[in-house]
Design a protein around this ligand. Structure first.
Ligand code: SAH
Length: 501
């Protein structure tokens, strides 16, 4: 057991990029009975929590007072005493300007056991993403993390400006945007060089991170001009000038582009993560949802007779997973397909088959039903039984062609794709999209119908292949780019080539 009941885990969630969450934080979130979390945790940080876990927001709300620190402490104590496993999730590192120390003390005073899981702190991460090394052999052999005191709850504690001005290294200010002008003046007044390079980093490691560089003397004006807002970090020191040669985030192929992903949520994560890794801001606007239909009589009959099929055709990764789910429900496994030729419509489907222990016998070069028909030319099916396992609303090209060749074809619907109601925040974010990606005709139809005139008209549409493209045109829209290989990698390649134009 990786988590203990009755224990509170003070966990750092990192600065915002979900990829910077630690393995331990993810493990604890996945196991916890209850998670108390703050505002600045990464998007999707709680996706891995148990379905029955209690997720409690205890951060600030716009226009409302934050939950008092004593109350948060009291809640943690109460939950732990009730024998629950408790994760207290905070942005960055819990012990760096995170009040984790106070919470730990409150827990100790109440006799509640706790553990601390460090996180990547913004001072290091936002700087690194801005291409600023907080130390450097030539420029800085020390770094100081300093609070700029913009937290309105906190009583003023006078910083020792003389000591900070004389500090032989990089100064990193947290919570320093609001008081930047005063703080910079105080530093200069105490003798720090106004010409020293300085930078402000807004929303470091989040999509849309912005960095402005100036000097200590001019940074406040630059920050105001660029409307840099919280959360932002201020870096003061010669290292700030290193950004010129070390900037990397802005050089990624999709930096600054907004891409809409319309796949069903369950399948979107891979594509979305890849796009984010390339620098894109991703808006997930799932148009469809997969509803399994493996409880039906037709599926049960097909599974019972699965050993009698000479050929089994699978037309999507979902279909493969659900066929194996149906087999498992009947107490069977991959061996049930031992005697059959197994065909997959494309490499994505073949990959999922392989995960279930089956190497597909037939995978066509092009990933449409017509190509699968061609690829199956050499397979003897006349007078034999064939199973086509697929979505309820698929085209009939494949079964029709197989019947024409004299096969006795059973078509079973393993799932149905149903329309997903669009999330209004995502629709609003999608209006600024540079690209909308479509991976199937059903996503095109459902999304265009659901959005109507709120479809982002100026976005370039990237289609996975000719069938999807035809549906885009039917919907009165223009296809900007079509994948050469009709799968998700092909689609990504097409998008990247277009973005590099
Ligand atoms: N415990 C956190 C800090 C909390 S204090 C940590 O270790 O990172 C909140 C301040 O942290 C913000 O005002 C801002 O100065 C800084 N901060 C947090 N996340 C940030 C981010 N993604 N980019 C820039 N600054 C950030």
């Amino acid at each position: 057991m990786s988590i203990r009941p009755g224990v509170v885990y003070l966990v750092g969630a990192g600065p915002g990029d979900p990829g910077l969450m630690t393995a331990r934080s993810l493990e604890l979130i996945a196991a916890a009975d209850v998670v108390y979390y703050d505002r600045l945790i990464p998007p999707g940080a709680l996706d891995g929590a148990r379905g029955d876990a209690e997720l409690v927001y205890v951060g600030k709300r716009p226009g409302a007072p934050a939950m008092p620190q004593e109350e948060i402490g009291a809640r943690l104590v109460e939950a732990a005493r009730a024998g629950r496993s408790v994760v207290r999730l905070k942005g960055g590192d819990p012990f760096v300007f995170g009040r984790g120390g106070e919470e730990g003390e409150a827990l100790r005073a109440a006799g509640v056991e706790f553990e601390v899981v460090p996180g990547v702190t913004a001072g290091v991460a936002a700087s690194a993403y801005a291409g600023i090394p907080v130390t450097h052999r030539d420029d800085a052999s020390a770094v100081a993390f300093v609070t700029g005191h913009e937290d309105p709850e906190k009583a003023e504690t006078a910083l020792d400006w003389d000591a900070l001005a004389a500090f032989p290294g990089t100064l990193v200010f947290y919570m320093g945007v609001k008081r930047l002008g005063e703080n910079a003046a105080a530093l200069i007044g105490a003798g720090r060089d106004p010409e020293q390079p300085a930078a402000a980093i807004e929303r470091g490691t989040w999509s849309g991170q912005r960095t402005v560089t100036a000097t200590l003397g001019t940074l406040a004006a630059a920050v105001e001009r660029e409307a840099i807002g919280a959360p932002a970090l201020i870096v003061i020191g010669d290292v700030a000038a290193r950004r010129e040669g070390l900037e990397w985030l802005e050089r990624r192929p999709l930096h600054g582009r907004t891409v809409v992903v319309t796949r069903a949520r369950a399948q979107a994560s891979g594509l979305a993560a890849t796009l984010r890794g390339l620098g894109a801001r991703v808006v997930e606007l799932p148009a469809i949802r997969i509803e399994p239909r493996i409880e039906s009589a037709e599926v049960r009959a097909a599974v019972a007779a699965v050993g009698e099929y000479a050929l089994v055709c699978l037309t999507s990764p979902n279909g493969v997973d659900l066929l194996f789910e149906a087999l498992a429900a009947a107490g069977r496994d991959a061996r049930a397909l031992a005697g059959a030729t197994v065909a997959a419509i494309g490499p994505g489907t073949a990959r999922v088959l392989a995960r279930h222990g089956i190497v597909a016998d037939v995978v066509p070069e092009r990933f449409v039903a017509e190509a699968l028909v061609e690829a199956l030319a050499g397979v003897a099916i006349e007078g034999r039984r064939v199973l086509v396992a697929r979505a309820a609303e698929a085209r009939d090209v494949l079964p029709d062609a197989l019947r024409e060749r004299g096969a006795s074809v059973d078509v079973v619907a393993l799932y149905e794709t149903v329309r997903e109601a669009p999330d209004q925040d995502a629709v609003a974010a999608a209006q600024a999209a540079d690209y909308v990606t479509f991976t199937s005709s059903s996503t095109v139809r459902n999304l265009t119908e659901a959005l109507g005139d709120r479809f982002p008209g100026s976005a370039r549409i990237v289609s996975i292949g000719p069938i999807t493209s035809a549906t885009v045109r039917e919907a009165g829209l223009e296809v900007a780019v079509e994948a050469e290989r009709y799968d998700v990698e092909g689609l990504l390649g097409a998008l990247l080539a277009d973005a590099a134009r």
